[in-house]
Structure formats: structure tokens, C-alpha cells
Design a binder for this molecule. Structure first.
Ligand SMILES: C[S@@+](CC[C@H](N)C(=O)[O-])C[C@H]1O[C@@H](n2cnc3c(N)ncnc32)[C@H](O)[C@@H]1O
Length: 271
């Protein structure tokens, strides 16, 4: 899993060409506090810590601590804490961050949870602080052909089955499309969205497709374990063999939008 998160991170940063949205980076004070929610292995957070000055401090939050980097290998300005992002954060963190970043939650959140998470995050920010939320619009991934009659039945079946499984678990990956509206409804002062195509750099097409296929196969692995809708582990393994057979032909690739939505909490002007 951690290897996939590192590969995903490289893909994101090569496509966006930034870790921190340019409109945010210029506003960060020298002693900024930066958080990453649902940090996983802390890949983005550690890259941001290498990029920003040592005077900046960093906290990574995740509900599962098994992927956190080893504490003794970390500089003093980086820490990790367990936290369910659907629950209120501890009082000591409220209103203390200049930037809170979040990435790749699309397959984890239900319809109403997108707004709940945004609310919880906004409470972490100082006045003038920024939220940066990065999502691949996986629900609207398209299979692109590079040859006529390219075979893609198994890839198509994989995507439709994995998305159907997620929906059966009440997850709503398309919720990422509503983030600008959610930010506006929460009264964030400045909102902007960058949309990049995952095939912007042709050299990254195969890499995105491989990562996406493995992510969906992971989802179907869960479906197989639960014997969901006639699936079994054996049936998923069989699908996996066919999927990689189709990918080996190099005649199809997946494409989707990478979105970065940013918003700033109102600055309170004292009279
Ligand atoms: C696909 S990983 C993304 C990791 C990281 N954001 C990145 O881009 O490298 C999703 C992460 O969300 C975390 N997660 C899922 N549900 C969560 C919740 N309710 N509260 C906190 N973290 C959660 C998982 O533990 C996992 O680490």
C-alpha cells in the first residue's frame, strides 16, 4: 500500500508541478503550521517538510497509525496523530493551522461526509488559513483507445464492478465535484479550483493506468472476501490476470481529472 501511495504522490506532483498551490505558498508565514488529514504514510507531508523551511511545523492525522513513519526517524518539527476525520478534532488543534491539506479520499467518503469533513477541517484553520483538497475524479475515469478495436472488456468490468461495490457501501466518489460549492457554503473567503488531466504528460499514462487498475483491484479484493454480488477471491484473481493481459497490449489507458480545490478562511479585521 505504501509503495502505491509513493507512486501516486509522484504522479500527482509531476502532473501538478506543485505540492502547495501557488496562491497559498506565498501567504505562508515563516513559522507556519501545516497539517495533512488522512495522511496515510505521510508522503505529501514529508515532501512538504523537505520543501518548506525548518521553521515550519507539520502534523499528519490519520485514523490508522500503521502506515505512519517511524518516530525516531523524524525531524522534531514533524509529528503524527491518530484522528478520525469524521469526528471533531481535539480542542488544542482548533484554529491553529495556516494550511490543511487533504488528498485521495474519494473512495472513502459517503455523500454527506464530504461536507462534514470540510467543516471539521475549517475549524482547524487560523483566520486567513487555507484548505487544499486534491482529488482524482475516479468516478468519471474514461478508457481511452490508442488502437481500433483495442480489447478492454476486463478493464471495463473492473471499473464498473469496483464503483458499484463502493456505491453499495454508500461511498460517493463523485462528491469531489461538489467541493467548490461546499467551500462556498461554509463561507470560505477565496475559493479556486485547478483541473489537470491525468494524461497531460503522455509518459504518465501507463503509470496512472497501472496505479488505478491496482487500486480498483484492491477494492474488488474486498468485494471478493465478502462474496459481494457473486464475486469471490478466485474470480477477482481471474479478472486481475485478464486486466493485466489487456494492459500489456498498450492499446488502452485510463484518463481522469485531477482536481485541486482551495479555500481561505475569512480574515477577521479588527477595528
Ligand atoms: C488513499 S489513502 C491516501 C493517503 C494520503 N492522503 C496520500 O495521498 O498519500 C487514504 C487514507 O485515508 C485514511 N482514512 C480513511 N478514512 C479515514 C477517516 N475516517 N479518518 C481518518 N483517516 C481516514 C486511510 O487510513 C488512508 O490512510
Amino acid at each position: 500500500m505504501a509503495t502505491r501511495l509513493y507512486r501516486q504522490h509522484r504522479l500527482w506532483t509531476k502532473t501538478l508541478n506543485y505540492l502547495i498551490h501557488p496562491a497559498i505558498e506565498t501567504t505562508l508565514p515563516s513559522n507556519a503550521r501545516v497539517a495533512e488529514i488522512a495522511t496515510g504514510a505521510g508522503v505529501w507531508l514529508l515532501a512538504a517538510a523537505r520543501y518548506l523551511p525548518d521553521s515550519v511545523s507539520f502534523v499528519g492525522f490519520d485514523s490508522c497509525k500503521s502506515q505512519f513513519p517511524k518516530l525516531d526517524a523524524l525531524p522534531k518539527n514533524i509529528s503524527f496523530e491518530t484522528q478520525n476525520l469524521l469526528k471533531p478534532f481535539h480542542q488544542e488543534h482548533l484554529g491553529t493551522f495556516d494550511l490543511v491539506s487533504l488528498r485521495s479520499m474519494a473512495s472513502q467518503l459517503g455523500k454527506e461526509e464530504w461536507e462534514l469533513v470540510a467543516r471539521n477541517i475549517v475549524l482547524l484553520l487560523k483566520p486567513g488559513g487555507y484548505i487544499q483538497w486534491m482529488e482524482a475524479d475516479i468516478e468519471h475515469c474514461t478508457l481511452m483507445q490508442q488502437a481500433s478495436q483495442a480489447s478492454c472488456e476486463s478493464l471495463t468490468l473492473l471499473a464498473s464492478s469496483a464503483l458499484a461495490y463502493l456505491r453499495s457501501k454508500r461511498k460517493d466518489p463523485s462528491g469531489c465535484r461538489g467541493l467548490p460549492e461546499i467551500f462556498n457554503s461554509l463561507g470560505l473567503e477565496f475559493c479556486a479550483q485547478d483541473t489537470f488531466s491525468s494524461d497531460l504528460d503522455p509518459e504518465l499514462r501507463a503509470e496512472f493506468t497501472d496505479i488505478y487498475a491496482r487500486t480498483l483491484l484492491g477494492t474488488m479484493g474486498q468485494a471478493g472476501l465478502q462474496l459481494w454480488n457473486g464475486w469471490s477471491c478466485e474470480k477477482v484473481r481471474e479478472l486481475e490476470r485478464k486486466v493485466f493481459g489487456e494492459l500489456e497490449t498498450d492499446e488502452v489507458y485510463w484518463r481522469c481529472d485531477f482536481r485541486v480545490v482551495i479555500g481561505r478562511v475569512l480574515v477577521v479585521v479588527k477595528k
